[in-house]
Design a protein around this ligand. Structure first.
Ligand code: NAP
Ligand code: GCO
Length: 267
């Protein structure tokens, strides 16, 4: 088959950060189906164990590591361990992320920094750890999980929007700096996805009605629904595969049309 049409990840080693559940888990599981060997990390041993068990249940032998992605020493140690135990990383997905929904003037500088640390500094730290191996291998794919907030603002998410906007530019910069080494760095910008991170925004009200934010998102999304983590997996496999070798520095928004839409017009 022509490599232009090669969507397979056979023989590839993939590291997906923060992937014991949620979007990372869905993407890593799809990579495994496409032929990749999966490595993932989480901060706590308990979550790594849960993740390994969940992958096993799906028929996937994943390699789990305890590692805080904001800690450069831990990230370098994990990368070295993966190289030794599994092989040099071909595909990195910077997925681990946190959000704090706090009005900006009520947010402490420490809280702001914590979000920037996990959502922006960590993708820098992990990318920096894997790029030298990719250069030696002659290829590499980095996928940064961005957000609607890479483009749009919203009340209460100043730190998250700053980090995800920065992650969009880190994506373009990695592309600019390492494209000549056959490394492609792209982003996926998910819309509103049903995961534990967004569960508080979908909780039913005491009277059984839908959460106002839930109604807001459905009204702002042409697809008129929240999306499932699995809906990100086709785009992720594409960006991890040879089929996307000419796509670099791009943010692929998988948002059910939110960024194209001004919102529902009044009747
Ligand atoms: P999630 O359900 O909260 O999962 C995030 C994962 O990251 C968790 O496993 C978490 O582990 C891990 N993590 C957090 N801090 C970490 C650290 N310092 N080191 C290692 N792992 C860490 O989130 P999700 O909804 O699947 O989101 C995944 C990514 O997509 C995030 O970057 C998020 O911002 C982005 N995103 C989500 C949505 C959405 O609608 N859900 C939309 C756009 C973008 P713990 O459980 O131990 O904290
Ligand atoms: C929120 C944030 C994000 C979004 C996502 C949109 O939950 O409050 O807006 O987590 O779900 O990043 O792309």
């Amino acid at each position: 088959m022509s490599s232009y049409l090669d969507f397979s990840l056979n023989g590839k080693v993939a590291l997906v950060t923060g992937a014991s559940y949620g979007i990372g888990f869905a993407i890593a599981s799809a990579f495994a189906q496409a032929g990749a060997t999966i490595c993932f990390n989480d901060i706590k041993q308990e979550l790594v164990d849960k993740g390994v068990a969940a992958y096993k249940e799906a028929g996937i032998e994943a390699h789990g590591y305890v590692c805080d992605v904001t800690n450069e020493e831990q990230v370098n140690a994990m990368t070295a361990q993966i190289e030794k135990e599994v092989g040099v990383i071909d595909i990195l997905v910077n997925n681990a992320g946190i959000i704090k929904r706090i009005p900006m003037c009520d947010m402490t500088a420490a809280e702001f920094r914590q979000v920037i640390d996990v959502d922006l500094n960590a993708p820098f730290i992990v990318s920096k750890a894997v790029i030298p191996g990719m250069i030696k291998k002659g290829h590499g794919k980095i996928i940064n999980i961005c957000s609607m907030m890479s483009e749009l603002g919203r009340e209460t998410v100043s730190a998250y929007a700053s980090a995800k906007g920065g992650l969009k530019m880190l994506t373009r910069n990695i592309c600019s700096e390492y494209g000549e080494y056959n490394i492609q760095c792209n982003g996926i910008g998910p819309g509103y996805i049903e995961t534990p991170q967004t569960a508080p925004l979908r909780e039913l009200q005491e009277d059984g009605s839908r959460h106002p934010f839930d109604q807001f998102i459905v009204g702002r999304t042409p697809a008129a629904r929240w999306l499932k983590p699995e809906e990100l997996t086709g785009p992720a496999v594409f960006l991890a595969s040879e089929a996307s070798n000419a796509v670099n520095g791009h943010i692929l928004y998988v948002d059910g049309g939110i960024l194209a839409y001004i919102g529902k017009q009044p009747n």
